[in-house]
Design a protein around this ligand. Structure first.
Ligand code: MOS
Length: 736
């Protein structure tokens, strides 16, 4: 799909503008930041799953070479409570008392002159515990639970009577295992106090929230805290919170009055920065014999830490998925003695989609209807909750293009009907609607006498391409070359943007940059309003457009002048404006429902007849992402998302020992993630039109590509083998 705008930069598959810096080692990640006189921290984790610390003895550790201090609950000052965030109450910060709520909870931090000395001494801190039995297991009757934790439960029509009177009823349970984000970049914090001012280099997807929480905990004004993250080695959602290790590092820097760096170890990444929680689901469907859905009931349960809150909205995608008159969704949260979970790409959605799209597929098998045909019969042409039109929805186009490209209709309908030698062959598909969250956003844009633009905001780049799309949007809208745009980001002192998460940043930024570019062109016209020499004198923003480094009349490109000429003639160094956008469909007078991104995902699997080996043989995602900002980074992002979906479907599982709460596979030797040999050729196609809800037409694209993969794979496995696997990951044992 091509750009709706004129300058042919938007949408183009431009290489990442930070690519060279990254591959040549010039990009500074939080773990690379160094200051003179910097000290190094290492963490000590609890070796029990619940109880109290009876005694903690740092004497031996303090005599170890290079050790500067050992912080424990016995010697740190009390911290203030952090302010609540959009994700509920503030996280619980450690070393505030002697209670242990999960295995691996941080019980001490050792600071030394070198990282090796800190780690060596951490092993010499002696902790005596009073152990109690940890509450573990999602179905544990001792676990406290919260009904409707996110206030998102949905109801329409009358599900009970629809289920009681339907021609066909379906009722099954699903399960997904806990998983852990394993970005290549180990999470790190470097903290440096300069009097009452604090600089924190931090692995975060949300510098403004990190600033708010750190300022709150240390009782300093937000303006006194600067959070920096110019490059980030992935995060996938783990960087959307400010975790305890960050607070401990800032605390150590304050108490020692020296800069302190902490880099989590790979095993600590399993306990310190959240994980995708385990989930169980019950799906009930009612349908007519010709496959018209008359009721959907979806109940989902996932855990949070013993005294914490986590948002993993399992049923959130279900109400909008199909045109179905009777619906109810319920989420439940159970408190367990586990490290608090957190966000992992498409949190809640991917688990919920696995349950719902598996159920739809099973219904299709039972009714003898092609699974794609069943979805087409239940397509939600308007928003099913309100009946209002979607701002855009190309899901039917996703189905059509996908079926054709994939060769879906070559599928023999019956299970175990397709074979290639010893391998059973299966085709499966799943549908995805992913509601992204655009939020209020600001940028600062300027153009200087060298004709170059600068665009600044707090937004981070997780590695997904934010630098590049910011440059592309700015160049497109101001009529510049991409080389003429300098991007500043990852700094909480810059104009605020929402988190790089929830697939919302690109759409939010697009609105703010569009507003900023329009405002900046308006500022140039203001300068020219009484300029006798200018062909643009007295012109309004609507009369002009920009290309080739010039503002010119829309209908007469020869009548215009360059940014550089205007600035020079008027003796101005630069013009700078702020662009901002708060998405609000009502304010725009649009009677529509902002739609999600959509995808149809198709998978061919092979299952070895004797050995049960499962291979994804090929996979296709057809995605409606509205206006694609960069065909290359967008495609890469969908492919990466598909890989995570394959990992979830086949390999990934964080194993909690059910007696102690210890994670038994928290290393790269034991925790399986997909490697190249697990991943076939991945095919990605974009369809659809720029979305009407957004000035540039952007929809979020970060997560949609993960969501349907587990269900598509499970559905293909059923087609290949006749076996329905309702629990992820689909391992060899489950297939034998
Ligand atoms: Mo994503 S889980 O919103 O980084």
């Amino acid at each position: 799909m091509t750009s709706s705008l004129g300058n042919k930069i938007l949408g183009e598959p431009i290489d990442r503008i930070d690519g060279r810096l990254k591959v040549t080692g010039g990009a500074t990640y939080p773990s690379d930041v160094a200051y003179p006189n910097m000290a190094y921290a290492a963490l000590v984790g609890s070796t029990i799953g619940a109880g109290t610390i009876r005694a903690i003895d740092s004497t031996d550790a303090l005599t170890a070479p290079g050790v500067l201090t050992v912080l424990t609950h016995e010697n740190v000052p009390p911290l203030a409570e952090a302010p609540p965030s959009a994700f509920g109450p503030a996280p619980r910060f450690p070393l505030q008392d002697n209670r242990i709520l999960h295995h691996g909870q941080q019980v001490a931090v050792v600071v030394a002159e070198t990282p090796e000395q800190a780690r060596a001494a951490a092993r010499r801190v002696r902790v005596a515990y009073e152990e109690t039995t940890p509450v573990l297991g999602l179905e544990n009757p001792d676990a406290p639970f919260i009904a409707n934790p996110y206030q998102m439960d949905d109801e329409r029509g009358d599900v009970s009577s629809a289920l009681a009177t339907a021609e066909v009823v379906y009722d099954e349970k699903f399960h997904t295992s806990p998983e852990t984000n394993n970005p290549i970049g180990l999470f790190a914090t470097v903290a440096r106090w300069e009097g009452e001012r604090l600089v924190v280099h931090e692995s975060t997807q949300w510098p403004t929230l990190a600033r708010q929480i750190i300022a709150g905990v240390f009782s300093v004004p937000e303006q006194a805290v600067r959070v920096l993250v110019t490059y980030l080695g992935g995060a996938f959602g783990a960087g959307l919170r400010t975790w305890p290790h960050t607070i401990l590092t800032v605390l150590a820097a304050r108490l020692l009055d020296r800069p302190v760096r902490l880099v989590l170890t790979r095993p600590q990444m399993f306990t310190a920065i959240g994980h995708r929680p385990e989930s169980v689901h019950r799906i009930r469907l009612a349908a007519t014999r010709d496959g018209q859905l008359v009721a959907i009931d979806h109940e989902g349960t996932s855990p949070a830490g013993a005294e914490e809150f986590n948002v993993d909205p399992l049923t959130m995608g279900t109400p909008d998925a199909y045109a179905c008159p009777n619906l109810s969704t319920h989420d439940r949260l159970v408190r367990l003695n586990i490290p608090n979970p957190g966000f992992m790409r498409a949190p809640g959605h991917v688990e919920g989609n696995f349950a719902l799209e598996s159920a739809l597929d099973e219904l299709a098998f039972r009714l003898g209807i092609d699974p794609l045909e069943l979805r087409l019969r239940n397509f939600a042409a308007v928003h099913p909750g309100t009946g209002r039109p979607w701002s855009s929805n190309a899901l039917r186009e996703c189905y059509r293009v996908g079926a054709e490209r994939f060769g879906w209709y070559a599928r023999e309908p019956g299970p175990r009907s397709m074979r290639d030698g010893d391998w059973l062959v299966g085709f499966g598909m799943a549908a995805v609607g992913y509601s992204w969250g655009a939020a209020p956003c600001q940028v600062e844009i300027s153009i200087g006498q060298d004709g170059a633009a600068r665009v600044s905001s707090t937004a981070t780049d997780l590695g997904t391409g934010t630098y590049t799309i910011k440059a592309q949007l700015t160049a497109e809208l101001l009529g510049l070359d991409i080389e003429q745009v300098r991007v500043e980001l990852g700094d909480s002192d810059l104009p605020p943007t929402p988190q790089s998460g929830g697939s919302g940043l690109a759409a939010s930024l697009a609105g703010a940059i569009e507003d900023g570019a329009r405002t900046l062109i308006g500022a140039f016209l203001d300068v020219l309003s009484t300029d006798e020499e200018s062909p643009l004198r007295g012109r309004k923003a609507g009369d002009v457009t920009a290309s080739g480094g010039r503002i010119h009349l829309r209908h007469d490109p020869s009548a215009g002048e360059s940014y550089v000429d205007v600035l020079r003639r008027h003796g101005l160094d630069e013009l700078t404006v702020t662009g901002s956008k708060t998405p609000d469909p009502r304010a725009d007078g649009l009677d529509m429902t902002p739609s999600g991104a959509y995808a149809a995902q198709f998978v061919e699997v092979r299952v070895h007849h004797d050995l049960g080996l499962l291979r994804v043989h090929r996979a296709l995602s057809v995605v409606d992402a509205g206006q694609v900002l960069n065909e290359k980074t967008a495609r890469s992002q969908v492919m990466g998302a598909m890989v995570m979906g394959i990992g979830m479907a086949q390999l990934e599982e964080t194993v909690f020992d059910q007696a102690t709460g210890r994670i038994t596979n928290g290393t790269f030797a034991d925790y399986l993630i997909p490697v190249s040999a697990d991943i076939p050729d991945l095919d990605v196609i974009f369809v659809g039109e720029p979305d009407r809800f957004n000035a540039v037409g952007v929809k979020g694209i970060g997560e949609v590509g993960t969501v349907g993969m587990p269900a598509a794979i499970a559905n293909a496995v059923q087609h290949a083998t006749g076996r329905r696997i309702r629990s992820l990951p689909i391992t060899l044992e489950k297939l034998l």
